[in-house]
Design a protein around this ligand. Structure first.
Ligand code: 5GP
Length: 241
């Protein structure tokens, strides 16, 4: 599949048209940003890892019946996906307190919740992705009530599948962000990516952070953390082949 004209360049990915109007090519970059673009840098090899990891996890989810935009991995950094209209909501699931949750409610990181939580942010760079509730999302026409219900049940199901997968790799899934899209017939599929950029992943034994927080918080060892989490995933996938 040939790459056509570039449709969009985001912080971590470029998106290209293809000869098929229903398919796009995503190309993953090594660029890293945090705090709504205030912090910028490069994580060498990140694009390759995020591409391969996201594809492996999307395929795992598809096998479990979760519809996703994934079609085919084309190369180290490029993947063919179904064209969707992104629902402008970031869907965040949390199993353990961390990040903005810990800050907002003045609690320490690491509190294990009895039940996972869900929250939405309005995807809007100019407004810095503000937290939004379902009623406000409906009022703004960002999604229908049915779509929000579908997204919620899909997100919790994804959490169960990924939590159990990462646990088998010796990794605790702390929290993560998902984005969903509408296919031409309007059905909802998981889109965007699932990677150490979009998930908090802690070593189950030591609590070591194996995700983008190493970049956000200047903890050092960023590239090593991405390589380590990828190698855990690959070893697991190899073992179950
Ligand atoms: P928090 O709200 O605590 O900053 O983030 C919660 C989870 O969602 C983390 O796993 C974080 O990586 C992910 N997340 C939230 N917003 C974004 C975003 O704008 N971009 C990316 N890549 N991940 C996000």
């Amino acid at each position: 599949m040939e790459k056509g004209s570039q449709l969009y360049e985001g912080k971590a990915k470029k998106v290209f048209e293809t000869e098929d109007p229903e398919l796009l090519i995503i190309s993953y970059k090594d660029d890293a940003t945090a705090f709504n673009g205030l912090k910028r840098g490069t994580i060498e090899g990140k694009g390759v890892i995020n591409n391969r990891m996201s594809n492996a996890l999307m395929q795992l989810l598809q096998k479990e019946g979760v519809p996703t935009h994934f079609v085919k991995e084309l190369s180290d950094r490029e993947t063919l996906v179904k064209r969707v209209k992104i629902v402008p909501l970031e869907v965040i699931i949390r199993n353990i307190s961390a990040g903005s949750f810990a800050k907002r409610y003045g609690v320490e990181e690491g509190i294990v919740f009895d039940e996972p939580t869900i929250e939405f942010s309005y995807k809007n760079d100019a407004l810095e992705d503000p937290l939004i509730n379902e009623y406000h999302a409906l009022a703004l026409g960002l999604a229908t009530r049915e779509e929000i219900e579908t997204i919620k049940s899909c997100a919790f199901r994804i959490n169960e599948i990924l939590k159990s997968f990462w646990s088998s790799c010796g990794v605790t899934l702390v929290d993560f962000k998902l984005e969903f899209g509408r296919l031409p017939g309007c059905s909802i599929v998981l889109a965007d990516e699932i990677s150490p950029d979009t998930c908090r992943l802690w070593d189950s034994k030591t609590g070591e952070k194996l995700d983008k927080d190493r970049f956000r918080r200047d903890l050092g060892g960023v590239e090593d953390a991405y390589r380590e989490i990828m190698s855990r995933l690959e070893q697991k996938l190899e073992a179950v082949k």
